[in-house]
Ligand binder design. Structure first.
Ligand code: MG
Length: 284
């Protein structure tokens, strides 16, 4: 464990809730990372609130819940927040009643409809356009998105990731689609919701009913996970089980508050802190 911000370990001892990145933090592809089961078990045993967070809006919360369950974690969709959910919360709050032209997978579209958002059929009746991670994207949809941007309608994207790591390589992600739209129209997204943006934290705090300062955010990427946590005032915990190595920390402009090897080490720290906290409480 490395304490980068003085007092970070003390703050971890006081922290009341956790938000966790999934790929690279909780699992790697189809394999649970060491300590993920123990960490979740500790959260449940101690009654500590926790939520999993992902930028991927191609799958629904229910699909992620099933994935976590299949990996052996007793966590359903109620434990998952996607950039898609954060986008839905934004639309309901900031753009009530507006008709949305949506480019998205059927599962995200179903979540948007269930939330009561009215979908537009096309260019003629849309008030704004929303681009999710549409792995079912067609040329026709791409043309409509570009038409709407040229018409001056707002374009909201669920997240900024340029590539999505998959087995054997990468798939182009929303950021790459946005680059295409910008190249064609001269204008990119007006708003990007997911990590490291603040709207993801707004949605998380709304869902958990807690201020950002009461939440520790655990993730494996400096430029999304750690950046978001630091900018929002969450305690930023970096795990080295994903894409970041210790060498990457050299000269990074936004270092994490704490660095741990993975959830196994973090579970040990939280468990020890809870025991110490209990002992102090009974002695005083
Ligand atoms: Mg990750």
């Amino acid at each position: 464990m490395i304490e980068t911000t003085p007092g970070a370990l003390d703050r971890l001892r006081q922290i009341g809730a956790y938000a966790l990145d999934m790929d690279g933090t909780t699992y790697l592809g189809g394999r649970l990372l060491p300590g993920a089961g123990a960490f979740v078990g500790l959260m449940l045993a101690q009654g500590i609130p926790f939520t999993f967070l992902t930028n991927n809006s191609s799958k629904s919360r229910a699909e992620y819940g099933r994935k976590l369950t299949a990996l052996g974690l007793p966590c359903g969709e109620e434990r998952v927040m996607t950039s898609g959910e954060a986008t839905i919360r934004y639309l309901l709050r900031e753009r009530p009643g507006q008709r949305v032209y949506l480019a998205a997978t059927p599962s995200f579209e179903a979540e948007v409809r269930e939330a009561g958002i009215v979908l537009a059929d096309g260019r003629a009746d849309a008030d704004l356009a929303v681009l999710g991670y549409d792995t079912t994207l067609t040329f026709e949809r791409l043309v409509t998105l570009c038409d709407l941007v040229r018409d001056g309608k707002a374009l909201v994207a669920t997240h900024p990731d340029v590539n999505c790591p998959v087995e054997g390589g990468y798939w182009p992600d929303v950021g790459a689609f946005l680059a295409l739209i910008e190249r064609s129209t001269g204008r990119g997204a007006d708003l990007v919701v997911g990590k490291p943006g603040p709207l993801m934290v707004t949605a998380l705090c709304e869902r958990m009913g807690l201020p950002a300062a009461d939440i520790a955010y655990v993730g494996d990427r400096l430029y999304t996970d750690v950046a978001m946590a630091r900018r929002s005032g969450m305690l930023a915990v970096l795990v080295l089980s994903g894409e970041t190595t210790l060498a990457d920390l050299d000269g990074t402009p936004e270092p994490p508050d704490l660095v741990v090897g993975g959830l196994d080490e973090l579970a040990g720290l939280v468990s020890a802190a809870r025991k110490a906290g209990g002992a102090t409480g009974s002695a005083s």
